[in-house]
Design a binder for this molecule. Structure first.
Ligand code: NCD
Length: 317
């Protein structure tokens, strides 16, 4: 039986509606982990072509998608800096660019990162092949949510009954929104605590939607909630959106509101884990890196496994 993702665009975390779908992805991600760790050759995507188009800066998502497609033997066309170096700079629409890349590369799937919330929906509406959303606007990062939950699963041995403390920019950050929505579906017995300055609280509509399925608390004081956390998910304050809205002074005021340092980490449970989608820009002190609870570097590696799994599910089974 083919996957629920077979030949489908993966645009929103809302497409994961039941735990069995998550299990399918995680089971394959575990297989992919074996492939990578054992140095096995698995060219399941041999003969397939994957285009990777990025209109926003990226280190991890870009390199792990390219590596995932390469490792599985696909032909990869990867273009970074689309906004600056492609015909987008001449005024070409997203729709025409997607049509063009399909024609010029013969892509069987297109991975897209773009600053607009609706970009993946627009791309999918004209694309003859699946679109995979690698981060759009301020609302969605559905592959990041999967690798985040996979990191939790690998480290905690479960995904439910957890206290998950999300810290930083709940307003502009997209990773926490996708992760929170995924938790609401797959981890309804957990609690999400969103810690942010009042100015950077999560959109009320999102919180209301989440609250129908999972317990959500909002807090401004990080020190109050660390001791009960099983997962502390740090995020950066998203400078680019403040710049866009001409609010750079506000960014400067808020950017260092929460800094996780060794003295704060001491107040955490011994079995808790610290995550971050990265990049960090000061919100986790580097002295924390050597703490066994710091999982943000291995979190990135799980992105490779999860993205290999997704490409396989979308393209071949
Ligand atoms: C995140 C993003 O692009 O939303 N980065 C990533 O993909 N790991 C987080 C961020 O930029 O803060």
């Amino acid at each position: 039986m083919s996957s629920f993702l077979y030949q489908k665009s993966y645009i929103s975390i809302d497409q994961i509606t039941k735990t069995s779908q998550l299990e399918e992805i995680f089971t394959l991600a575990q297989e992919m982990k074996q492939v990578v760790e054992m140095g096995k050759v698995n060219e399941a995507l041999k003969g397939k072509s994957v285009a990777v188009l990025f209109y926003q800066p990226s280190t991890r998502t870009f390199s792990s998608f390219v590596a995932a497609a390469n490792r599985l033997g696909a032909y990869v066309t990867a273009i970074h800096g689309m906004e600056e170096y492609s015909s987008v700079a001449k005024g070409e629409t997203l729709e025409d660019t997607i049509r063009s890349i399909y024609q010029t590369t013969g892509a069987d799937a297109v991975v897209l990162r773009h600053p607009e919330n609706e970009s993946s929906v627009r791309a999918a509406s004209v694309s003859p092949v699946p679109i995979i959303n690698a981060g759009s606007g301020t609302l969605e990062h559905p592959t990041q949510a999967l690798l985040d939950l996979y990191t939790i699963y690998e480290n905690m041995g479960r995904i439910n009954n957890l206290n998950i403390v999300m810290v930083g920019d709940m307003l502009y950050g997209r990773t926490i929104k996708s992760l929170a929505k995924l938790l609401a579906v797959c981890s309804p017995k957990s609690t999400i605590t969103m810690v942010s300055p009042t100015e950077l609280k999560a959109p009320p509509e999102l919180v209301a939607t989440l609250k129908k399925k999972i317990r959500v608390e909002e807090e401004t004081d990080l020190t109050k909630v660390l001791a009960k956390a099983d997962v502390v998910y740090m995020t950066r304050v998203q400078k680019e959106w403040f710049e866009k809205e001409g609010k750079i002074a506000e960014y400067e005021r808020l950017k260092q509101r929460y800094v996780l340092d060794t003295s704060l980490v001491k107040t955490m449970k011994s079995k808790a884990i610290i995550m971050h989608p990265l990049p960090r820009v000061g919100e986790i002190d580097m002295a924390v890196d050597s703490d066994p609870r710091a999982k943000y570097f291995e979190q990135m590696r799980f992105g490779l496994y999860v993205r290999m799994a997704l490409l396989k599910l979308i393209l071949i089974r």
